[in-house]
Design a protein around this ligand. Sequence first.
Ligand SMILES: Nc1ncnc2c1ncn2[C@@H]1O[C@H](COP(=O)(O)OP(=O)(O)OP(=O)(O)O)[C@@H](O)[C@H]1O
Length: 403
Amino acid sequence: MKYSEIMVRYGELSTKGKNRRSFIMQLASNVRQALIDFPALKVHADRDRMHLILNGEDSDLIIPKLQKVFGIQNFSPSIRVEKDLEQIKQTAQEIMKEIYTGKETFKVTARRSDHTFEQTSDELNVTVGDAVMDCFPDIKVQMKQPDINLRVEIRSNGAFLSYETILGAAGLPVGTSGKGMLMLSGGIDSPVAGYMAMKRGVEIEAVHFASPPYTSEQALQKAKDLTAKLAPYVGQIQFIEVPFTEVQEEIKNKVPEGYWMTITRRIMLLLTDRIRQLRRGLIILNGESLGQVASQTLQSMVAINEVTSTPIIRPVATMDKLEIIDTAQQIDTFDLSIQPFEDCCTIFAPTQPKTRPHLDKVHQYEERLDIYGLVERALANIKVDQILPESPQDQENEFAELL
Ligand SMILES: Nc1ncnc2c1ncn2[C@@H]1O[C@H](COP(=O)(O)OP(=O)(O)OP(=O)(O)O)[C@@H](O)[C@H]1O
């Protein structure tokens, strides 16, 4: 069906009182960014709804992208016609001819914001309903939960007909809650943590620690590909690659094996916090989940967390692994995450990491390291890349390479 516009209904925005205006502006900007590949499309946001004027752009390509924008409850693609009863009736009939299979019940829901229009909403319900029944005399009308709800809206700039309500991604528009640094490994959990944070409005930047030559180019690429899977929710994500080889070699040479993991994680966190300060983030996010591995016991978390007072949000902390996997599958990161490229933590993993590290020992071993120098050198060599959503073209190319 050739739609002329998509009408967007806001999600939780309605409960946000005074902030409403800035929320709507952020959502409009996120929608524009997500649909940047459709130059003719125009976005008009008003207090209650947002209207995407398609100007000939293809709604089939736009809809999947719009479904990833947080802050949208649902949306309806609609057809615009002149505010003329004959045209409205005819379009209603055309829509029904396309979607009615002989079984569905239906009703018409008319709404009139232009009160100069010749019929009231109730009258329009009857007029359009009769027009449909002229075409399909046996069709059943049902007021409560009909299979097809044919909506007619009379606004100042035309009459709009729609029948579909497509669920949006809900949540809050990304950017309305400030910025957080997401510690992104190549695992299953951290991309899910990033997705969940974005859903609550947090803008994320991905921080990834790489230890070449111990970690491969593919491991780095995997982290970037995971970032590209998260990018459609915002349009683009900054990816910060932190060189971590020197830190890990120093730890391996100077710290007893049982404490490698704790001290590695402390320095990762310290570095992430410095990057956060430099890039004006407010919080740190990671994919830690309670009790999965040695680094994620409560005692370990306390020892690692000691290096900063910055809030660390752990969106998946209390989720079961199966729940996390479920979300990873929904957001299409799972298959990438399980690719077996060695991460910097796996390569330098001690055989028996301390699950209950003692802070006095941690401090004692850290004395052996020039932490200040290690941190400054790593910071001086970070690389920042802008990661864009994977385009359908890239996906085709990847597929072609496999053939
Ligand atoms: N190389 C890395 N770069 C950035 N962050 C990392 C890295 N390794 C671990 N982290 C952070 O520490 C958290 C816990 O790491 P851990 O090694 O226990 O999990 P993982 O299996 O590597 O990854 P995930 O938790 O994402 O499944 C990760 O979720 C991530 O936030």
